[in-house]
Design a protein around this ligand. Structure first.
Ligand SMILES: *[C@@H]1O[C@H](CO)[C@@H](O)[C@H](O)[C@H]1NC(C)=O
Ligand SMILES: *[C@@H]1O[C@H](CO)[C@@H](O)[C@H](O)[C@H]1NC(C)=O
Length: 635
């Protein structure tokens, strides 16, 4: 019975896949049977519902995606995190004790929010409905095992045998495989890694992903295993499980705080998409923060590299346009995106030129005409699927630089301290020392790498761990030598090594200071070798000083080539005043293969104006935070 069910689902999936290929306005016949041969597109519930979405809201959204976005390649509808958490008083993203698990410690949808799951059906009815709309169904999953399953010490399911996992003459349980010392840093009460070296640890992960496949899931967004939360063992094993399933499941990693191409090279062949930044929200700083890292991934040739059963794509995160909620919120869409139209165009243009997966994040039921036009813009979608030679184009200049010859060399003495966590054995963890400010106050400063005398050291104040007893402050014995680190001498905000909610990489880098409380996330110890270890994560704090790169005053450009020989060129003005940006056409040839270019003509996409190069130069005034996008035919 079970067998027949899965066969018919699989063939249904194939039919629907063919159907969606034929109705797509884009030519994707080249996709063949390769998984994610094009950057995946769809809608994800996180930016508009955080974790609170219900079955009704999800299916209404899927209906809208099917009616309005599917024809533009938006195929996936993805339920983001905590679909297993009861939406009741006291539940929030890092609360403990509100999750619905089965007798094997696996997450199952909260029946209050997902009524079709009642009776052990999981997500299969939702998946069926999504498939009947011609769409594919995705779910978010966390690392390893839930704290709730560990506390309940549920037995592990051996899915190949259909009963409890036994080895060495005994049944294995959640506590045997759980690694409490490897809790998810941004959701420390929710989930922890499992030991994949144990047969039981692997059996547990297999029991999860086999179940997702049986439900009819087409994409898993695997969270808290990459970037600062890297768990390469789990990624490798999950990839192995997915590679032998009959069902094609797109494998996505998220988020990717502090990810570099070097780190991503270990995972890109195992997955189909992987985030390269922390969470992206509707803030200009978040959009801007994507430029450098995206350039680095294109330079490293990672766009459309080899992936799980097909290709893999650096993922720049969802598009937070339209009606949104707030990170970590307990409520659904209640406000409009704060990005200006220029900023949204800049985001959509960079995402397209970098061939990022495009996942719309706003409430798709209430999508406004401007947002709709932007995310279905045919030129951008063509670039996103079919362009090649995608890269940052360095040969540009602006009116500001022309007015101030030598301006290119001007360097700002401004920079930021970037605070991160690293293994304590790494030499880059050393650099902290303590100094007394007065009798009562000491501070701990990072002084390494301060060659430039303009830089101030990065310092935090030391706060002893004390509790009050009958009005007298006492030191807690267990905490001798340990302390909290506070942002200012007002002693209110402590450096927190494991943020309680998802934060953008920008926020994380500034260091996450949150109200001081008794919590091992906020307890630090200075070692004699100049490392400073966090009691909760066992990781050490490290600081890098990043000098703002201002060689061309906040202007950027990207280039790519199209299917019929056209050249796409975008100018971005990332700074705070309107500027004219120039590129010499002869320089286009410097970065493109087999081209010798003397003149170009074409169109600028947003203004619809014709562009003809004069004196071998293309130029355009670009608004603050805005972009120009040219489609050029050159010879
Ligand atoms: C789709 O692309 C293929 C390969 O590039 C091409 O041979 C075919 O003619 C295209 N079909 C359409 C309808 O554009
Ligand atoms: C510094 O000392 C700590 C504690 O003794 C040790 O765990 C760590 O590996 C050392 N790190 C370096 C870089 O020497």
């Amino acid at each position: 019975m079970m067998k027949c069910f899965s066969v018919s689902l699989a063939s249904l999936w194939v039919l629907l896949a063919l159907f969606s290929l034929s109705v797509s306005s884009q030519n994707i016949s080249e996709s063949g049977l390769q998984q994610a041969s094009l950057p995946p597109r769809g809608w994800n519930s996180y930016d508009s519902f955080c974790w609170t979405i219900s079955e009704d809201e999800f299916l209404q959204s899927a209906e809208m995606v099917s009616q309005r976005l599917k024809a533009h390649g938006y195929q996936f509808v993805v339920v983001d995190y905590l679909w297993y958490r009861k939406k009741v008083k006291g539940a929030y993203p890092d609360s403990l004790g509100f999750d619905v698990i089965d007798e094997w410690g696996r997450m199952i949808p909260d029946p209050g929010r997902w009524p079709s799951s009642i009776g052990g059906k999981g997500f299969s009815e939702v998946a069926n409905k999504v498939h009947s709309l011609g769409l594919k169904f995705g779910i978010h999953v966390m690392r390893g095992i839930s704290t709730q399953a560990v506390n309940a010490n549920t037995p592990i399911l051996d899915i190949t045998k259909g009963g409890a996992y036994q080895e060495s003459g005994r049944v294995w349980h959640a506590k045997d495989i759980a690694m409490p010392e490897r809790a998810c840093a941004w959701m420390p009460h929710g989930f922890m890694s499992v030991n994949t070296k144990l047969g039981a640890g692997r059996a547990f992960l297999k029991s999860l992903y086999e179940q997702y496949a049986a439900w009819g899931v087409d994409l898993v967004k695997h969270d808290c295993v990459f970037g600062d939360d890297l768990d390469l063992n789990e990624i490798s094993y999950v990839s192995e499980v997915l590679s032998v399933l009959n069902r094609p499941i797109v494998y996505s990693l998220s988020p990717g705080t502090s990810v570099t191409p070097a780190m991503a090279k270990d995972v890109s062949g195992l997955v189909n998409m992987y985030r390269i930044t922390g969470d992206d929200w509707d803030k200009w700083e978040d959009v801007k923060a994507h430029f450098d890292v995206t350039r680095d991934f294109s330079t490293a040739n990672m766009i459309g590299g080899k992936g799980l059963k097909g290709n893999s794509w650096p993922d720049l995160d969802m598009l937070p346009f339209g009606w949104l909620t707030d990170p970590g919120s307990n409520e659904g869409p209640h406000r409009f995106s704060k990005l200006t139209l220029e900023e949204k165009r800049t985001q959509m243009t960079l995402w397209s030129l970098a061939k990022s997966p495009l996942m719309y994040g706003g409430d798709v039921r209430r999508i406004d005409p401007t947002t709709y036009e932007l995310i279905t813009n045919p030129t951008l979608l063509e670039i996103n699927y079919f362009s090649s030679n995608n890269m940052e184009f360095p040969y540009i200049t602006s009116s500001i630089n022309l007015k101030h010859p030598g301006g290119k060399e001007r360097r700002l003495k401004k920079g930021i301290h970037s605070l991160g966590l690293t293994s304590c054995s790494e030499s880059k963890a050393r650099g902290w020392s303590i100094e007394s400010l007065n009798q009562d106050l000491e501070r701990i400063c990072w002084k390494k790498g301060l060659e430039n005398k303009h830089q101030a050291p990065f310092c935090v104040h030391k706060r002893e761990l004390q509790f009050r007893l009958d009005g007298v402050s006492m030191y807690q014995e267990d905490y001798r030598g340990k302390h909290q680190l506070v942002a200012t001498d007002r002693m209110k905000f402590c450096l927190d090594a494991s943020p309680r909610r998802k934060v953008t990489s920008k926020e994380f880098k500034r260091g996450t200071f949150s109200p001081c409380r008794w919590d091992s996330n906020q307890i630090w110890e200075l070692n004699s070798n100049g490392t400073m270890v966090n009691s909760y994560s066992g990781l050490c704090a490290t600081v890098e000083y990043i000098e703002a790169n201002v060689n061309s005053g906040g202007i950027r450009s990207w280039i790519a080539t199209g299917r019929t020989g056209e050249i796409y060129l975008a100018f971005f003005n990332l700074s705070e005043q309107k500027t004219e940006i120039y590129a010499k056409t002869s320089y286009l040839a410097k970065v493109l293969p087999d081209k010798s270019i003397t003149s170009c003509k074409g169109e600028e996409v947003w203004s619809g104006t014709d562009v003809i190069t004069t004196q071998g130069t293309i130029s355009m005034n670009v608004e603050i935070h805005g972009c120009a996008l040219f489609v050029l035919n050159c010879n």
